[in-house]
Design a protein around this ligand. Structure first.
Ligand SMILES: *[C@@H]1O[C@H](CO)[C@@H](O)[C@H](O)[C@H]1NC(C)=O
Ligand SMILES: *[C@@H]1O[C@H](CO)[C@@H](O)[C@H](O)[C@H]1NC(C)=O
Length: 197
Protein backbone atom coordinates (compact mmCIF):
# COMPACT_ATOMS: atom_id res chain seq x y z
CA UNK A 1 0.00 0.00 0.00
CA UNK A 2 1.10 3.53 -0.72
CA UNK A 3 -0.87 5.97 1.38
CA UNK A 4 -1.21 9.21 3.35
CA UNK A 5 1.18 8.89 6.25
CA UNK A 6 -0.30 10.77 9.17
CA UNK A 7 -3.52 8.83 8.83
CA UNK A 8 -1.66 5.56 8.48
CA UNK A 9 0.29 6.33 11.63
CA UNK A 10 -2.88 7.13 13.56
CA UNK A 11 -4.50 3.92 12.39
CA UNK A 12 -1.42 1.92 13.35
CA UNK A 13 -0.92 0.43 9.90
CA UNK A 14 2.40 1.94 8.81
CA UNK A 15 3.78 -1.59 8.65
CA UNK A 16 1.61 -2.27 5.61
CA UNK A 17 3.02 0.74 3.80
CA UNK A 18 5.37 -0.72 1.24
CA UNK A 19 6.10 2.07 -1.18
CA UNK A 20 6.18 5.83 -1.52
CA UNK A 21 6.65 8.20 -4.42
CA UNK A 22 8.45 11.05 -2.65
CA UNK A 23 11.14 11.42 0.00
CA UNK A 24 9.52 14.59 1.33
CA UNK A 25 8.13 12.90 4.40
CA UNK A 26 8.05 14.34 7.91
CA UNK A 27 7.32 11.08 9.73
CA UNK A 28 10.42 9.67 11.43
CA UNK A 29 8.79 6.23 11.54
CA UNK A 30 8.36 6.21 7.78
CA UNK A 31 11.87 7.51 7.15
CA UNK A 32 13.21 4.72 9.37
CA UNK A 33 11.18 2.09 7.51
CA UNK A 34 12.45 3.54 4.24
CA UNK A 35 16.09 3.47 5.41
CA UNK A 36 15.71 -0.10 6.62
CA UNK A 37 14.32 -1.16 3.26
CA UNK A 38 10.77 -1.85 4.44
CA UNK A 39 9.46 0.85 2.13
CA UNK A 40 10.66 1.25 -1.42
CA UNK A 41 10.79 4.38 -3.53
CA UNK A 42 8.52 4.10 -6.55
CA UNK A 43 8.66 6.31 -9.60
CA UNK A 44 5.21 7.83 -10.14
CA UNK A 45 5.42 7.01 -13.84
CA UNK A 46 6.25 3.31 -13.31
CA UNK A 47 2.76 1.91 -13.79
CA UNK A 48 3.96 -1.70 -13.67
CA UNK A 49 5.68 -1.17 -10.33
CA UNK A 50 2.61 0.60 -8.97
CA UNK A 51 0.38 -2.25 -10.10
CA UNK A 52 1.87 -4.62 -7.48
CA UNK A 53 0.28 -2.66 -4.60
CA UNK A 54 -3.15 -3.38 -3.19
CA UNK A 55 -3.90 0.32 -3.25
CA UNK A 56 -2.09 3.44 -4.40
CA UNK A 57 -3.47 6.66 -2.93
CA UNK A 58 -3.17 9.69 -5.16
CA UNK A 59 -3.94 13.35 -4.67
CA UNK A 60 -3.44 14.32 -8.29
CA UNK A 61 -6.68 13.08 -9.80
CA UNK A 62 -5.89 14.29 -13.33
CA UNK A 63 -3.30 11.62 -14.07
CA UNK A 64 -4.05 8.35 -15.84
CA UNK A 65 -5.16 5.93 -13.15
CA UNK A 66 -4.59 2.23 -12.71
CA UNK A 67 -7.40 0.11 -11.25
CA UNK A 68 -5.67 0.04 -7.82
CA UNK A 69 -5.58 3.84 -7.60
CA UNK A 70 -7.67 5.51 -4.89
CA UNK A 71 -8.23 9.24 -5.09
CA UNK A 72 -7.40 10.80 -1.76
CA UNK A 73 -8.30 14.48 -1.70
CA UNK A 74 -8.57 15.91 1.82
CA UNK A 75 -6.63 18.85 0.43
CA UNK A 76 -9.77 20.07 -1.26
CA UNK A 77 -11.49 20.52 2.10
CA UNK A 78 -11.77 23.95 3.64
CA UNK A 79 -11.53 23.30 7.36
CA UNK A 80 -9.00 21.35 9.43
CA UNK A 81 -11.66 18.98 10.78
CA UNK A 82 -13.06 18.24 7.33
CA UNK A 83 -9.54 17.31 6.26
CA UNK A 84 -9.03 15.13 9.32
CA UNK A 85 -12.26 13.25 8.65
CA UNK A 86 -10.66 11.66 5.59
CA UNK A 87 -9.08 9.16 7.96
CA UNK A 88 -12.43 7.36 7.75
CA UNK A 89 -11.92 6.88 4.02
CA UNK A 90 -8.55 5.29 4.65
CA UNK A 91 -10.04 3.19 7.44
CA UNK A 92 -12.33 1.50 4.94
CA UNK A 93 -9.36 0.27 2.90
CA UNK A 94 -7.69 -1.18 5.98
CA UNK A 95 -10.86 -2.72 7.46
CA UNK A 96 -10.43 -0.37 10.38
CA UNK A 97 -13.57 1.72 10.14
CA UNK A 98 -14.31 1.73 13.85
CA UNK A 99 -10.73 2.60 14.78
CA UNK A 100 -10.85 5.43 12.20
CA UNK A 101 -14.10 6.71 13.69
CA UNK A 102 -12.55 6.67 17.18
CA UNK A 103 -9.45 8.55 16.05
CA UNK A 104 -11.53 11.16 14.27
CA UNK A 105 -13.86 11.62 17.24
CA UNK A 106 -10.88 12.13 19.56
CA UNK A 107 -9.26 14.63 17.18
CA UNK A 108 -12.54 16.50 16.79
CA UNK A 109 -13.19 16.60 20.52
CA UNK A 110 -9.72 17.95 21.29
CA UNK A 111 -9.88 20.49 18.52
CA UNK A 112 -13.29 21.83 19.51
CA UNK A 113 -12.33 21.86 23.18
CA UNK A 114 -9.29 24.03 22.47
CA UNK A 115 -11.07 26.37 20.08
CA UNK A 116 -13.99 26.81 22.50
CA UNK A 117 -11.61 27.61 25.35
CA UNK A 118 -9.96 30.24 23.20
CA UNK A 119 -13.21 31.79 21.97
CA UNK A 120 -14.57 32.08 25.50
CA UNK A 121 -11.61 34.20 26.58
CA UNK A 122 -11.98 37.91 26.14
CA UNK A 123 -8.63 39.34 25.31
CA UNK A 124 -7.76 42.77 24.04
CA UNK A 125 -4.66 41.43 22.32
CA UNK A 126 -4.78 38.90 19.53
CA UNK A 127 -1.52 37.79 18.01
CA UNK A 128 -1.45 38.45 14.28
CA UNK A 129 -0.17 35.50 12.32
CA UNK A 130 0.74 34.76 8.74
CA UNK A 131 1.57 31.52 7.00
CA UNK A 132 4.49 31.88 4.63
CA UNK A 133 6.37 29.61 2.35
CA UNK A 134 9.65 29.83 0.53
CA UNK A 135 10.42 28.27 -2.81
CA UNK A 136 14.18 27.76 -2.80
CA UNK A 137 14.31 27.21 -6.56
CA UNK A 138 12.71 30.50 -7.64
CA UNK A 139 13.80 32.38 -4.49
CA UNK A 140 10.27 33.57 -3.90
CA UNK A 141 8.59 34.04 -0.52
CA UNK A 142 4.84 33.97 -0.50
CA UNK A 143 2.00 34.38 1.94
CA UNK A 144 -0.27 31.37 1.77
CA UNK A 145 -4.01 31.78 1.91
CA UNK A 146 -5.43 28.28 2.15
CA UNK A 147 -8.69 28.47 4.04
CA UNK A 148 -7.85 25.70 6.51
CA UNK A 149 -4.65 27.46 7.58
CA UNK A 150 -6.47 30.74 8.13
CA UNK A 151 -8.96 28.81 10.21
CA UNK A 152 -6.20 27.31 12.36
CA UNK A 153 -5.10 30.82 13.27
CA UNK A 154 -8.63 31.96 14.11
CA UNK A 155 -9.42 28.82 16.09
CA UNK A 156 -6.20 29.24 18.06
CA UNK A 157 -7.22 32.76 19.05
CA UNK A 158 -5.10 34.65 16.55
CA UNK A 159 -5.86 37.00 13.75
CA UNK A 160 -4.84 36.54 10.14
CA UNK A 161 -2.60 39.11 8.60
CA UNK A 162 -4.08 38.79 5.14
CA UNK A 163 -6.34 41.78 4.95
CA UNK A 164 -3.46 44.18 5.44
CA UNK A 165 -1.30 42.66 2.74
CA UNK A 166 -2.15 43.26 -0.88
CA UNK A 167 0.82 41.48 -2.40
CA UNK A 168 1.29 37.73 -2.05
CA UNK A 169 4.70 36.91 -3.56
CA UNK A 170 8.11 38.48 -2.87
CA UNK A 171 11.04 37.71 -5.14
CA UNK A 172 14.27 37.79 -3.11
CA UNK A 173 16.23 38.79 -6.24
CA UNK A 174 14.17 41.95 -6.58
CA UNK A 175 15.39 44.77 -4.23
CA UNK A 176 11.97 46.46 -4.08
CA UNK A 177 10.30 43.20 -3.14
CA UNK A 178 12.92 42.53 -0.46
CA UNK A 179 12.41 45.96 1.04
CA UNK A 180 8.64 45.50 1.12
CA UNK A 181 8.99 42.08 2.73
CA UNK A 182 11.41 43.34 5.37
CA UNK A 183 9.04 46.18 6.19
CA UNK A 184 6.27 43.66 6.83
CA UNK A 185 8.53 41.39 8.91
CA UNK A 186 9.82 44.29 10.99
CA UNK A 187 6.47 45.01 12.53
CA UNK A 188 7.33 43.35 15.80
CA UNK A 189 3.96 42.23 17.13
CA UNK A 190 3.42 39.84 14.27
CA UNK A 191 3.93 36.13 14.45
CA UNK A 192 4.98 34.23 11.35
CA UNK A 193 4.44 30.60 10.66
CA UNK A 194 6.99 29.56 8.12
CA UNK A 195 6.42 26.60 5.85
CA UNK A 196 8.80 25.20 3.30
CA UNK A 197 7.36 24.38 -0.12
C1 LIG B 1 16.29 23.37 -2.60
O1 LIG B 1 16.13 22.47 -1.52
C2 LIG B 1 16.32 21.11 -1.86
C3 LIG B 1 15.93 20.25 -0.67
O2 LIG B 1 16.45 20.75 0.52
C4 LIG B 1 17.78 20.91 -2.29
O3 LIG B 1 18.00 19.56 -2.63
C5 LIG B 1 18.05 21.81 -3.49
O4 LIG B 1 19.42 21.72 -3.84
C6 LIG B 1 17.71 23.27 -3.17
N1 LIG B 1 17.80 24.06 -4.38
C7 LIG B 1 18.44 25.24 -4.42
C8 LIG B 1 18.40 25.94 -5.73
O5 LIG B 1 18.98 25.73 -3.44
C1 LIG C 1 12.98 37.31 -9.64
O1 LIG C 1 13.66 38.49 -10.00
C2 LIG C 1 14.77 38.29 -10.86
C3 LIG C 1 15.47 39.63 -11.03
O2 LIG C 1 14.58 40.66 -11.36
C4 LIG C 1 14.24 37.70 -12.18
O3 LIG C 1 15.32 37.44 -13.05
C5 LIG C 1 13.50 36.39 -11.90
O4 LIG C 1 12.92 35.88 -13.08
C6 LIG C 1 12.40 36.64 -10.87
N1 LIG C 1 11.82 35.34 -10.49
C7 LIG C 1 10.51 35.11 -10.53
C8 LIG C 1 10.09 33.74 -10.10
O5 LIG C 1 9.70 35.96 -10.86
Amino acid sequence: MVYPIVFGQLLGILGSMKGMTSESVASQCVLKLYQDGGIQMIDRGETQQLAQFAAHFVTDTDQTQGCNFANFVPFGEETPLQRAEWIKFLGVFANLESRANQVYDAVKQNYLCLSKTVSSQTRSFKPIAAWMQYDNVSGVWSFTKETYKLKYVEDAGGENIDKSINKITYNTSNPDDLEDLHAILCVSYRVFLIMKV
